[in-house]
Ligand binder design. Structure first.
Ligand code: ATP
Ligand code: MG
Length: 427
């Protein structure tokens, strides 16, 4: 037990961490281009926030939350998703007094007690954005465009944007009733979860992956047929905006999302590369959440995107060629008495922005050379008796095996010039 991480969690080792940094940098950069600013919220919140915000009848609240009492008896929950905490922060810090829309992004862990499998963990990570304070359908389109632009720029073009509208509180009532009436007759054919959902949250049945449930749903009423005029025209405008900015999409009336706070537009971005856990991104509009959580009426739209699923697709398709991390220069010493000189040089290099490394295990010169090779050092500097006496250092270029003599006073400039010029010869 001591040597095994808890079920459903995963270490990100250095080779993988560079991919995550690539993804994070790219996401930050795209958010900057779309004028979204970063927000960081705590890893845990009061349980009540998620009960209220995510919804009592959702899978997350019913069975997936990591909830515990802290030492003074408060009920605390590790955040299972990113939107409710950001909405809470928006209200707490009265961000609605800022020029609207307030556009925020985040990179966060999330915790859900689910059955771990490929693409499904108990601690996972998300990129997300939220735009508060505008009902404009252009904002629904913008959050989708941001997600699609990001996926395109990390080389992931084989994804499809599925969109739907689930209407507002009012028109959804009519649809709920129609769907329930349709399903009631086949109640015994539904899976256990869906059978109980039928009374509490029938829309969620559309999201079920059980084959029997999918079959029962054939010929079920479609939410788009029940939209009120306002929701209908909103959806039309979202589609027009997407077409105008050249974002391909397909309308999929089965997309309802797993969280209760959505209104009008909902969407998922689905990849064929992921097997069962194929949704990389899910989001939509949630015009009632802020008010539901105690803030002023505030329309909003956003998404959450699973980083582990992105990393898995990149891995599978070899999509990112990341340079291996290397030391620019390795300083090898022939005798212990040269260590002080080596140490001074080591820190001079580092001070000047050059990645420098030396030996900490008292290896022989031969073993130091081998080690330098293993850590993919570009150059090795050898400090021996001759070098100490003459003040001229031996530099070996490990990319071609050639050796050079360089005056120790010029060594920093020499190495930094060579690195900047790439692998070419030094004139
Ligand atoms: P799913 O249908 O796959 O369970 P969801 O509807 O529960 O997804 P959201 O709450 O919308 O997911 O979260 C947005 C994204 O976060 C998902 O599309 C997915 O990429 C990722 N995600 C959600 N739950 C997990 C998890 N347990 N492990 C890994 N990634 C996850
Ligand atoms: Mg889920």
């Amino acid at each position: 037990m001591l040597t095994q991480a808890p079920r459903g969690t995963k270490d990100i080792l250095p080779e993988e961490a560079v991919k995550w940094v690539f993804l994070e940098n790219k996401f930050r950069e795209i958010c900057r281009r779309f004028s979204y600013r970063e927000i960081r919220t705590p890893v845990f919140e009061h349980t009540e926030l998620f009960r209220r915000g995510v919804g009592e009848t959702t899978d997350i609240v019913e069975k997936e939350m990591y909830t515990f009492q802290d030492k003074s008896g408060r009920s605390i929950t590790l955040k299972p998703e990113g939107t409710a905490p950001v909405a809470r922060a928006y209200i707490e810090h009265k961000l609605y007094n800022q020029p609207l829309p307030v556009k925020l992004f985040y990179i966060t862990p999330g915790f859900r007690y689910e059955r771990p499998q490929a693409g499904r963990l108990r601690e996972f990570h998300q990129f997300g954005v939220e735009a508060f304070g505008s009902q404009n359908p252009l904002l629904d389109a913008e959050v989708m465009a941001l997600a699609m632009q990001f996926l395109k720029e990390i080389g992931l073009e084989d994804v499809v944007l599925h969109i739907n509208s689930i209407g507002c509180k009012l028109c959804r009532q009519g649809y709920r009733k129609a769907l329930k009436d349709f399903l009631v007759e086949s109640r015994q054919k539904l899976c256990e979860t869906c059978s109980s959902r039928l009374d509490r949250n029938p829309l969620r049945i559309l999201d079920c992956k059980n084959h029997e449930c999918i079959k029962v749903l054939e010929g079920a009423p479609i939410v788009l047929d029940y939209l009120c005029d306002e929701c209908k025209s909103h959806f039309e405008m979202v589609k027009n905006a997407l077409s105008l900015i050249n974002i391909d999409y397909m309308v999929n009336s089965r997309i309802v999302r797993g969280l209760d706070y959505y209104t009008k537009t909902v969407f998922e971005i689905i990849s064929d590369d992921l097997g069962a856990q194929s949704t990389v991104c899910g989001g939509g509009r949630y015009d009632d959440l802020i008010e539901e959580c105690g803030g002023p009426p505030t329309p909003a739209a956003g998404f959450g995107m699973g980083i582990e699923r992105l990393a898995a697709i990149l891995e599978k398709n070899n999509l990112v060629e990341l340079p291996e991390e290397t030391a620019d220069v390795f300083i090898a010493t022939m005798k212990d008495e040269y260590l002080n000189t080596a140490l001074k040089l080591l820190y001079d290099f580092r001070e000047k922005g050059i990645a420098a490394e030396t030996d900490y295990l008292k290896r022989s010169l031969k073993a130091q050379m081998k080690y330098a090779d293993k850590i993919l050092a570009r150059f090795v500097l050898i400090i021996g008796e001759e070098e100490m006496n003459s003040g001229v250092l031996t530099v070996k270029d490990l990319t071609n095996g050639k050796q050079y003599k360089v005056d120790c006073k010029k060594i920093i400039d020499y190495i930094s010039n060579r690195i900047r010029k790439g692998c070419g010869e030094y004139e």
